[in-house]
Design a protein around this ligand. Structure first.
Ligand code: AMP
Length: 515
């Protein structure tokens, strides 16, 4: 593959599994297998001294070397450090994500030539901080992230491609309303989309970044452990090795329960062994509240889109956990239609991302892309203000959630006193009126205001959400033509220096361009 035509790559960086897809010579998305020959790579990293092992082998080590293994790092993205120490060290979660991306990049490179440009997907419900961290992970893995797109949108694009919608003339095609229900390993997303030919418009999105198949596994672990204890054993969850083994057994049993009415879990702890039988209805009973949470969110999203169930043309199932019969049954009852699982639950997201990548590359090569994607923001954007009565920190919402992107919100601040030279603006994402219950994005310090401004002089601050949900801040001074410096200091995230140092150690590449 020549440098001038890099392959169009899409990466689904999942909580439990990841996949990489490319566009083949006939313009169709296909999944590229990893070095082990598998379509899916477990998103698990084993730190074995200086050796880093990612994927299947690392997953095996969960049961025996739990303290050296990082799994589900995607759940921690946006936090400063991964939730547990690995060999006594703290790692930023995006570094763990970068190690996974790097394996995907290197493995794919061996088959299809150097891979450098990719579209990476994120849950629609990821906030700005998590989106930035995901882009950073791509950078540290030696990738140029062409775009970050939402997983349900990517799945809908793959679905549209499969249905032949992309060939329809956008404006003349009949609009189809599709609800994408995406329950993966660690996150839940629901997005209502309107597809009109090759135009994909998100109408509303909602979700939970800490709800997924992993929680169903945990419940099964608890059920099995309690039965083990009731039969006279000690609690296997107290020992990391017994707990790790039990977790693997339970994840396996969960998959069996998707196909059969009963499954058996083997539990070994402190010399005692027992086979525990679990029936599907027991599993469904113990996880009913988790399913209810997804139902509640789904109903909310449909309402936010201004639609009723009978306005929908399809309910699209995405994500490995939608294989659980309880999910399909719940959606069938709610929507009155058979949920559509025609796209591959595991590969659709990567395929949609690869289609997106091919269109971005086409545009870079001067061709007009046929595909149009319009997103909405998944969290309201606000600035922190002080309530004059209660003196509490208040979230002044500037751009409400589910607003069509790209969008610019403007807030006019006033200088407090004569000759004031700087203003500090705190930015948050979230729905709560209390700023302290929202996610801090960062602080924007507006410096070098022209000298001699009178008190109460207006300063316009413009917040711009790009189509990928990333934020930029700009400042304008009406009535003056002076340039004002804005420095946007993020609350969390790695500095450019740390990113470069990690990039060097992960993929051996020198510093590159990074915003
Ligand atoms: P994803 O993030 O979309 O790859 O989904 C991974 C999740 O799907 C994991 O929690 C898996 O345990 C779960 N999963 C995969 N296959 C099945 C199945 N047959 N039944 C239930 N859950 C499954």
């Amino acid at each position: 593959m020549s440098q001038s035509s890099p392959p169009a790559i899409g990466i689904d960086l999942g909580t439990t599994f990841s996949a990489l897809a490319r566009i083949d010579d006939r313009g169709r998305p296909i999944t590229v297998v990893n070095a082990e020959g598998d379509l899916l790579t477990p998103s698990v990293v084993l730190f074995d001294g200086d050796d880093i092992v990612v994927g299947k082998e690392a997953l095996k080590a969960v049961a025996t070397e739990a303290d050296r293994v990082a799994e589900c790092s995607k759940r921690d993205v946006g936090h400063r450090v991964y939730h547990k120490l690995i060999e006594g060290k703290q790692y930023p979660p995006e570094v763990v994500e970068a190690l996974i991306l790097n394996k995907l990049r290197v493995d794919a490179g061996k088959q299809i030539g150097p891979v450098s440009k990719a579209v990476v997907t994120v849950p629609a419900y990821f906030d700005e901080v998590r989106r930035k961290a995901t882009e950073d992970a791509g950078y540290m893995a030696g990738l140029e992230v062409l775009d970050i797109i939402n997983e349900p949108t990517a799945a809908a694009v793959a679905f549209g491609f499969q249905q032949g919608y992309l060939d329809d003339e956008g404006s003349s095609a009949a609009p189809r309303n599709v609800l994408v229900y995406d329950l993966g390993g660690g996150t839940f997303d629901v997005t209502v989309m309107q597809i009109r030919g090759a135009e994909f418009n998100a109408l509303a999105t909602d979700g939970d970044v800490r709800l997924g198949g992993y929680d169903w596994d945990q419940r099964l672990v608890d059920l099995a452990a309690e039965r083990f204890i009731a039969a006279g054993g000690d609690d296997p969850r107290e020992d990391p090795v017994s707990a790790g083994k039990l977790w693997r057994e339970c994840e396996d049993a969960k998959r069996t329960l998707s196909a059969r009415q009963k499954a058996t879990v083997a539990c070994h702890h402190r010399g005692a062994s027992r086979r525990i039988e679990i029936a599907r209805n027991e599993f469904e009973e113990t996880t009913q509240d988790l399913l209810d949470r997804t139902r509640f969110t789904t109903v909310q999203a449909l309402k936010a889109a201004g639609l009723h169930w009978n306005d929908l043309d399809r309910v699209l199932l995405v994500g490995g956990s939608t294989r659980m019969p309880m999910v399909r049954e719940m959606l069938r009852r709610l929507s009155g239609m058979e949920p559509d699982d025609s796209v591959s639950a595991d590969e659709a997201v990567a395929h949609g991302a690869a289609l997106r990548a091919s269109l971005i590359l086409a545009r870079q090569n001067g061709l007009t892309p046929a595909l149009k994607i319009r997103n909405v923001n998944s969290h309201s954007l606000g600035v922190v203000g002080l309530d004059p009565l209660t003196r509490r920190r208040r979230n002044g919402i500037l751009i409400p959630r589910n607003t069509r992107l790209p969008v610019t919100g403007k807030r006019i601040f006033k200088t407090h006193k004569t000759g004031q030279r700087s203003i500090l603006v705190e930015i948050v994402e979230g729905e709560s009126p209390s700023a302290d219950d929202c996610t801090p994005i960062g602080r924007c310090s507006i410096r070098n205001l022209p000298s001699g401004l009178p008190a109460r002089h207006p300063v316009e601050v413009l917040f711009q959400y790009a189509s990928n949900g990333r934020l930029k801040v700009r400042v304008e001074l009406p009535e003056t033509n002076r340039r004002v410096e804005t420095e946007f200091v993020r609350e969390t995230g790695l500095s450019k220096e740390s990113l470069d140092a990690w990039r060097k150690s992960i993929c051996g590449l020198p510093p590159g361009k990074r915003n």
